[in-house]
Design a protein around this ligand. Sequence first.
Ligand code: GLN
Length: 207
Amino acid sequence: RPVVGVLALQGDVREHLAVLHAEGADARPVRRPEELADLHGIVLPGGESTTMAKLAARWGLLQPLRDAVGAGLPAYGSCAGMILLADRLLDAPPGQETVGGLDVTVRRNAFGRQVDSFETRVELDGLAGGPVHAVFIRAPWVEEAGPGVQVLGRVVGGPADGRIVAVRQGDVVATSFHPELTGDRRVHALFVDIVRRHLADAERGEP
Ligand code: GLN
């Protein structure tokens, strides 16, 4: 079984662990740098990215996370997790650090105060079974995506029409919304599938 960690410093860790478990992963909370060593994939949960980044730095996890994702560890970030995976941020406190790995510029709290939280349906490229029910909570969006980034989904309609809310670059996936809160496991299934393929490729590559 693929071992998938969930960064467990803050945020909706339990929800991600439950969905990953349901998708057949050996899902584990990660609080210490040593716990990264056994992982085949990592999830960065929703929560508060400024706090999560500070805690990650304080507990010596930030650089090991950068190294791991930089070395190809599959990663999935929802909401605050998307912010943590972004190479560049807008509307973040000065000096807010990220793990990076996605060649995107992400705007925090992008949907604005008037639409603090909302739900809509988002069609995701390559995901069978119709649009996902997307829950946005003080969510970011991807303002700009680099050439190597695949846009998986955009908002349709309303003031944020066309905004990018799901992306993939290699084995790194991020969504502005929280599939872990909806009972629809397809985004996690997609990620666990990426982890399984990555693991199989790595095993084949070994002497
Ligand atoms: N606004 C939060 C942040 O900047 C993200 C919100 C969330 O994860 N639901 O980190």
